[in-house]
Design a binder for this molecule. Structure first.
Ligand code: MN
Length: 250
């Protein structure tokens, strides 16, 4: 069953991460989360087959076609994970701060370019490319745009788990030579840096923002995600207060 590994690794009474649920609706969103766990890394996730197909990218994605980023495929995550930003408490799997670094939509590309250019592909082509270990896709995000490939590394090295892929930017108008990911430490959902998200948890209080501070969000689903995040934070704040009151009584 899908998401079995996701479920097995987590204690949902302790982590604020969403529970495992396979969606029946097909979607084409992607998310990149910056995750300050034992080692800082970026999690690259594509919505596919009712889940988020996920890769941990130690150095993060790059817009420079010369960078071939190691991407370790990890367990599928539930689609609702795509707007998860906050803290995974100590002693839990993946403990640390999570930032929604980029969100957007993706589109499968046809495996064979036409006159040197990649053209949109079908759902079936995407599934076949994923199974084959050579997935080509186009991203339309806030930070990441253009054509990419995720290529599974063949020939196992000693100690390798066989889950190693490379995330590679294709040459196109969105390519940026010398791209430095460290220039972009800001959440696309909350505009906070990783340190600010971590600080918020330290005080056990979400920083409140004036309403309407998100500006105009073009994509309806993104506006929806941000609204959901705000609601979740408010709920967490209230739950925290309730818990504090309960403690006082006892
Ligand atoms: Mn991670």
């Amino acid at each position: 069953m899908a998401l079995e590994e996701y479920k097995r690794k987590r204690r949902f009474e302790e982590t604020p991460e969403p529970p495992p649920k396979v969606e029946s609706k097909a979607g084409h969103r992607f998310v990149v989360q910056k995750h300050d766990a034992t080692r800082l890394h970026y999690d690259f996730r594509l919505e596919m087959e009712g889940v988020l197909k996920s890769w941990a990218v130690p150095k993060g994605p790059s817009l420079d076609p010369n960078d071939k980023r190691l991407a370790m495929q990890v367990e599928d995550h539930p689609v609702s994970y795509f707007d998860f930003e906050g803290i995974i408490p100590e002693n839990n799997y993946g403990a640390g701060t999570v930032m929604v670094w980029d969100v957007g939509t993706w589109q499968p590309l046809s495996p064979v370019p036409i006159e040197g250019k990649y053209v949109p592909g079908t759902e079936a082509e995407a599934a076949a490319m994923l199974a084959k270990g050579d997935l080509k896709f186009r991203l339309k995000g806030k930070k990441l745009n253009g054509d990419f490939a995720l290529v599974k590394m063949k020939g196992r090295r000693p100690g390798s788990k066989g889950n190693e892929w490379l995330l590679i930017k294709k040459h196109d108008d969105s390519a940026v030579e010398g791209y430095d990911i460290d220039d972009y430490d800001e959440s696309v959902l909350s505009k906070r840096s990783l340190a600010e998200i971590a600080d918020d948890a330290g005080s056990k209080e979400w920083r409140s923002r004036p309403s309407g501070s998100h500006g105009k969000l073009k994509a309806a689903w993104l506006a929806d995600a941000v609204a959901k995040l705000d609601k979740k934070k408010l709920e967490e704040k209230n739950t925290g207060k309730k818990a504090a009151k309960k403690k006082q009584k006892n």
